[in-house]
Design a protein around this ligand. Sequence first.
Ligand SMILES: Nc1ncnc2c1ncn2[C@@H]1O[C@H](COP(=O)(O)OP(=O)(O)OP(=O)(O)O)[C@@H](O)[C@H]1O
Ligand SMILES: [Mg+2]
Length: 249
Amino acid sequence: MNASALEVSDLRFAYPDGTLALREVSFRVSPGEAVGIVGANGAGKSTLLLHLNGCLAPQRGSIHIAGEQLDSASLKSVRRRVGLVFQDPDDQLFMPSVEEDVAFGPLQAGLPMEEVERRVVGALQEVGLLHCRTRPPYRLSAGEKRAAALASVLALSPSVLVMDEPSTHLDPRARRRLIELLGALAQTRLIATHDLELVVEVCSRVLVLSEGRIVADGPTRSVLNDEPLMLAHGLERPHILQHHHPHRD
Ligand SMILES: Nc1ncnc2c1ncn2[C@@H]1O[C@H](COP(=O)(O)OP(=O)(O)OP(=O)(O)O)[C@@H](O)[C@H]1O
Ligand SMILES: [Mg+2]
């Protein structure tokens, strides 16, 4: 047995209005791998991520998490193992306070109170938000909301961490903290983002989505350095990869 952490096979999905958002999407992710998912607006990144913990159900194709097929029977156990940080934190935060939002998952999982408290403090510390623990989520700034949403997923210690635009609205210090945190995690990570420099720093591999299809899947630096490929799919070669030639005069 050599189960992938995640396997997506021939996934296709159209929204009820007929918009075909994913076509024949297939890839595998090994345990502990960090994979970036990049692509223009509307490429299908969020639609793909929403399938990975069962928020959307495949219309064709299948998803396996550690060898287990995702279906209505496995949904509960899959949700415990795959943590999804939504693109919009308002979809994630619904309790009267930040600490209750972060405690929600661990409480649902039936963990003892001391363990729940340990996880709440740990996750809020990791994202630098411990000072906001009693605040209602709607009284947070945009970047703080994003950090709270991430903490609510980290507190579950999912074996697969799926994040949709985790660095949006973060100031440079918070973004740096996020990059270090994501880089240090041992979990399998899938990160959809327009922040290509974050992908270069955190992900060894990247998938490029375009109009619902995977058009590239390979080592981050070689894919993102491929200027014709990037331009053809509405992207740019990241700056971080453009200035590494030694200066000569
Ligand atoms: N609820 C919906 N109903 C109909 N079409 C939708 C819906 N949500 C998304 N779409 C369409 O599905 C396609 C994929 O959208 P998706 O949100 O997955 O893109 P994305 O890659 O995450 O884009 P972004 O970078 O803007 O977040 C787009 O054409 C979008 O307009
Ligand atoms: Mg999106």
